[in-house]
Ligand binder design. Sequence first.
Ligand SMILES: [Ca+2]
Length: 103
Amino acid sequence: MFDTAANAATNFDTLQDFASDSDVLAFRHGVFSAFSVTGGISVGAFWSGAGVDKAHDASDRFNHTTTGVLWQDRVGTASPAAVQVATLTGQPPAAFGDFLILA
Ligand SMILES: [Ca+2]
C-alpha cells in the first residue's frame, strides 16, 4: 500500500518480488488523488514501454518502464512532470489491472 505522497528523493520504494496478475499495487486515494474514484484504473491511465519515464497522453497516471521504474503522473502530459514511485526489482512487466486505488 502506497499511502504517502511519492517523492523521488525521500519516498521511493523498491518492490522485490512484484508479479503482474498476482500482486496488486495499491495506492491510498487521499495522497494519489489524480483519480476521481476508488477501485481499478482504466487501461488508458497506464503507459508502459522501453524508456518510458513520463506520460505520453493526458490520461496517463502511472507510467512504467521496462527497466522496472514506476512513475506516478498526476496530470498526464501537462506540468508538473511524473514522480518516481518505486522500482520493481527484476524488471517485471506490469499492467493497468495491477493497480488499485483505495479509500
Ligand atoms: Ca493514456
